[in-house]
Design a binder for this molecule. Structure first.
Ligand code: SDX
Length: 427
């Protein structure tokens, strides 16, 4: 295959090299375009056709519905791996040995206390505050309490900030939830595994012993793995571009949390449940919502459906759909919402509007049903997405910094007023 592309601009032909990735994806390298053409650039709203980087972390094939972390299939990892193993894999590139994993976990545990003054910040929020806004603020505030984690150029300093945020973030997640519930803000238990500890911090009642439930542990472990990375999605691209200015890891992650909050992105898992609840309240009238979703004059979209990359089933949605059945069955939970979701999926998959646009259920369509069965409040669903995505954000930020990538600064085409003289208001 020729490794060049020829572009004719203003009657002149220009040659540009192409690069081919390890999965035979091909990109035209246009880094010399502006110079070669005396100022011509490209434009691509939403970057639907534009790559921002080369990366060794995650591979997606949207047509075939393939997702792999560092070459391992999401199906295998979700079935067999532990979340912290997957975090290590995403961040450092290889699955850890037992010794490496034990040391990684020990280093994270040694960082699992947050400065008590952070309570003063969280106390300043009204109970009505959305936990994603609280989490983004508290994550950014971590910088104030851990200044050494800002200018990290050496690998060892970078490692320290990595284990620091992996240790502190679950505490902030639990505090964001418990604050809304009026429960005391406590710390975890370093004798527990990472996922067990998250559950205990979230759910321990002050007047009772917390008893672990293996069903919840396994379900959360699987959900966190499924959400752990997804190449250059909106929030990860945000983390990379903020980090490209050499802003610290915590500030970059805080920006990623804000991007994930949007209902078109991670906020969709909360929007899906709200949509399913509305359909249930409407007597299960899925047809009404389907026509709303197809009506261009109606801003409503079928939440949990469609994807920028997947034009086939999101492999994570397939796994989560099966897990939802298992978890509800194991917990003995009957949730009519699940039946409404399945009905909606069945209708959409035979409806020309959705079929023509290759709109399939994505990762957010079924995940909220499991979170709800686990007793997680709906406003915390996107926070759980962020907890899963944390190692992906870290790995992508670290890759960008180790590669010493340039600061991200896209061009534009100006379409505003041309030069005009200023007239003071007196005139
Ligand atoms: C995540 O990028 C990632 O990897 C994200 C993610 C990750 O792990 O990080 O996978 C997580 O964010 C999953 C997506 C969660 N969002 C939702 O479920 C919200 C609903 N989905 C849509 O808003 C939409 O599908 C997006 C945002 C996900 C993708 O939008 P695109 O790629 O910009 O596609 P588009 O808006 O150009 O849609 C193409 C067509 C349009 O119709 P036409 O103009 O061609 O007639 O499909 C229609 C859209 O109107 N369409 C939908 C629809 N999604 C797309 N119509 C109704 N309902 C929908 N959900």
């Amino acid at each position: 295959m020729s490794n060049k592309a020829i572009l004719e601009v203003n009657g002149q032909k220009h040659e540009f090299p192409t690069i081919t990735g390890s999965e035979n994806e091909v990109a035209i390298d246009i880094s010399s375009l502006r110079t070669a053409t005396s100022g011509v650039t490209t434009i691509d709203p939403g970057f639907k056709n534009t790559g921002s980087c080369v990366s060794e972390i995650t591979f997606l094939d949207g047509e075939k519905g393939i997702l792999r972390y560092r070459g391992y299939s999401i199906e295998e990892l979700a079935e067999k791996a532990d979340f912290l193993e997957v975090a290590f894999l995403l961040i450092f590139g290889e699955l850890p040995s037992k010794e490496e994993l034990d040391k990684f976990h020990a280093d994270i545990k040694s960082e699992s206390i947050v400065d008590d003054d952070i309570r003063k910040i969280i106390d300043a929020f009204p109970k009505s505050a959305h936990p994603m806004g609280v989490l983004s603020s508290l994550t950014s505030a971590l910088t104030a309490f851990n200044p050494s984690s800002v200018n990290v150029d050496s690998q060892e300093d970078m490692y320290k900030s990595v284990v620091r945020i992996l240790g502190k973030f679950p505490v902030l997640v639990a505090w964001a939830m418990r604050k809304k519930q009026g429960l005391p803000l406590d710390y975890g238990d370093n004798s527990l595994g990472y996922v067990e500890n998250v559950l205990k911090m979230m759910f321990k009642q002050p007047n009772e012993e917390y008893v672990q439930n293996e069903i919840l542990v396994n379900a959360l472990n699987k959900l966190l793995i499924l959400h752990a990375d997804h190449e250059q999605n909106c929030s990860t691209s945000t983390v990379r571009i903020v980090g490209s200015s050499h802003a610290g890891l915590f500030a970059s992650i805080s920006a990623g949390i804000s991007a994930l909050w949007g209902p078109l992105h991670g906020g969709a898992n909360q929007a899906v449940l709200e949509m399913l609840e509305a359909i249930k309240a409407d007597g299960g009238d899925t047809k009404k919502y389907m026509s709303k979703a197809k009506d261009k004059s109606d801003p409503f979209r079928l939440m949990g459906f469609g994807h920028r990359v997947y034009k086939n089933f999101d492999p994570r949605a397939k796994i989560i759909k099966v897990t939802a059945d298992e978890v509800l069955n194991d917990l003995g939970v009957e949730d009519p919402i699940l039946d409404i979701a399945k009905g909606l999926e069945k209708e959409a998959l035979t409806d020309a509007y959705f079929v023509d646009r290759k709109l399939y259920p994505n990762v957010d369509f079924y995940s909220g049903i499991i979170y709800r069965a686990m007793g997680i409040p709906v406003e915390m669903f996107t926070v759980m997405f962020a907890l899963g995505r944390l190692p992906g954000w870290i790995g992508q930020w670290r890759e960008m910094r180790l590669r010493k990538e340039p600061i991200g600064r896209p061009r534009q085409i100006y379409t505003g007023s041309t030069h005009r003289p200023f007239k003071s208001v007196a005139k």
